[in-house]
Design a protein around this ligand. Structure first.
Ligand code: EPZ
Length: 423
């Protein structure tokens, strides 16, 4: 298995461009099924989750051709309604194809998804919405079967905020008969980007960015050219890296308004943060001040930056607290950070962090995508060598990560073969 070797401490210094957002690109790829005709997507990140979603679409008959490094052309003129199970099991977002299939073809047969183990990943809210739109839904042997002659617009009020359920019900409703109102929706920028993509294809959606979306069903959607929004989680990861390593990093071509919660926390931690129209610069200030932060649905502090933030607060001058309110299984990174010298304790869903002067390099194992990113950042701040396994998780959501970190001065390399046991 490949591993990543990081040598530290090395300050990150320089400029980097944000990639297209994984969590916008995945539902937009799924929604391309709704178009009758050619869809050309730009700023498509070259990450394994995109390749998995592409494999699922191709397994259903979609034709896909890369037109450039980050440019993808899709032909969705003939699609079957059963997704390849072995791929669906690899990624939670695979379930995003359910809504478009149901909307376009009146049926969807999707196995319950797999993916990063952050705790239970149910889809009950997705299925509740499909039923409200008139679908009959059964599940057996781990496969969900949804059927509907014609979806009919309805009022869907989510009992809890869910990014996945908001996406799927939005995509299912755009071809339904009549009006659909979605209430208590997730407001993540990736949902706004998906809604904007659907509107570009001819859908009628209003309320983007609010907790209430209103959809007027249309008879069909047409092909479109669309550029995916910048990845706020990737941008935030680089900016936290600047603060942790005592460097200065500018992330260009990003949307500062999408990471306002992170910017506030970095400033509270004493870091110098400059914000422009489409860039954010973090210049590290020592010592890092301890803070208290809780994750929350957007515009709150994103759960996808929890491990990276804890890695930074592990180097603060004092005691910090992070409260994880979304995923019960988000804490697998904690013991790996402790191996690097962090002093933290997890109790219930709270992480109590006592800052240390410096981390010391050690072999660690990435248990999920964002944990892997946090371990790489910690390795760059640590004294000595950090060997990270489980990097297939990192490849799910960060494109060309080593090269891009090396361009910022990191001493990082991917070892394709297992490291020979020391004699
Ligand atoms: C999306 O996951 C993101 N993934 C996650 O990013 C992100 O952490 C999460 O939203 C929260 O922001 C993608 O966009 C591909 P949810 P999703 O539905 O859609 C519960 C990353 O690292 N729930 O908002 O699965 C669920 O158990 C990934 O890029 C139900 O109870 O998130 C969880 O506790 C990790 N029933 C909470 O809601 C449902 O039907 C949030 O889930 C659906 C969800």
């Amino acid at each position: 298995m490949a591993r990543i070797l990081v040598k530290g401490p090395t300050p990150l210094r320089g400029k980097i461009k944000a990639s297209g957002a994984k969590n916008a690109c995945l539902p937009i790829l799924a929604a391309s099924i709704l178009a009758k005709g050619r869809v050309l997507l730009k700023r498509v990140p070259n990450i394994s989750d995109v390749h998995t979603m592409l494999g699922i679409l191709q397994g259903m008959g979609v034709k896909a051709e890369w037109k450039g490094r980050e440019e993808l052309e899709l032909d969705t003129s003939s699609v079957i309604t059963t997704a390849p199970e072995e791929l669906v099991r690899q990624m939670n977002a695979s379930f995003d194809v359910a809504g478009p299939l149901l909307a376009c073809y009146g049926e969807a047969n999707i196995s319950l998804p797999g993916g990063c183990r952050l705790g239970p990943r149910p889809v009950d809210l997705h299925l509740m919405g499909f039923k409200k739109l008139g679908a009959s839904v059964t599940s057996e042997h781990g496969v969900v079967h949804a059927r509907a002659k014609k979806l009919v617009g309805a009022r869907i009020t989510f009992p809890k905020v869910s990014v996945g359920a908001t996406k799927n019900c939005l995509m299912a409703s755009v071809l339904a008969e009549g009006t659909t109102v979605l209430e208590n929706c997730a407001k993540e920028p990736e949902i706004v980007d998906l809604a904007n993509f659907l509107v570009a294809m001819g859908a009628k959606v209003s309320g983007q960015g609010t907790s209430k979306l209103t959809v007027e069903g249309v008879s069909e959607l047409h092909g479109v050219e669309y550029s995916v929004l910048p990845d706020r989680i990737e941008a935030g990861t680089f900016l936290i890296g600047a603060a942790m390593t005592g460097g200065e990093v500018t992330v260009e071509d990003c949307k500062p308004e999408d990471i306002s919660a992170l910017i506030s926390v970095l400033r509270e931690a004493g870091q110098q943060v400059d914000v422009g129209e489409d860039y954010v610069t973090v210049k590290a200030v020592r010592p890092i001040q301890p803070v208290e932060v809780a994750t929350a649905p957007h515009p709150g502090f994103p759960t996808d930056m929890h491990p990276q933030m804890v890695a930074m607060l592990g180097l603060a001058d004092g005691a910090s607290l992070l409260n994880e309110t979304i995923f019960s299984g988000r804490f697998m990174y904690a013991m790996e950070l402790v191996r690097l010298g962090a002093q933290l304790r997890v109790s219930d869903r709270q992480v109590f962090i006592r800052g240390v002067q410096q981390y010391s390099g050690a072999p660690v194992d990435a248990p999920d995508l964002r944990a892997g990113a946090a371990l790489i950042l910690a390795g760059m701040a640590a004294e000595g060598e950090t060997l990270i396994s489980g990097i297939h998780f990192i490849d799910r959501g960060y494109q060309d990560l080593e090269e891009r970190l090396r361009s910022l001065g990191a001493d990082i390399v991917r070892l394709e073969k297992p490291v020979p046991a020391r004699s």
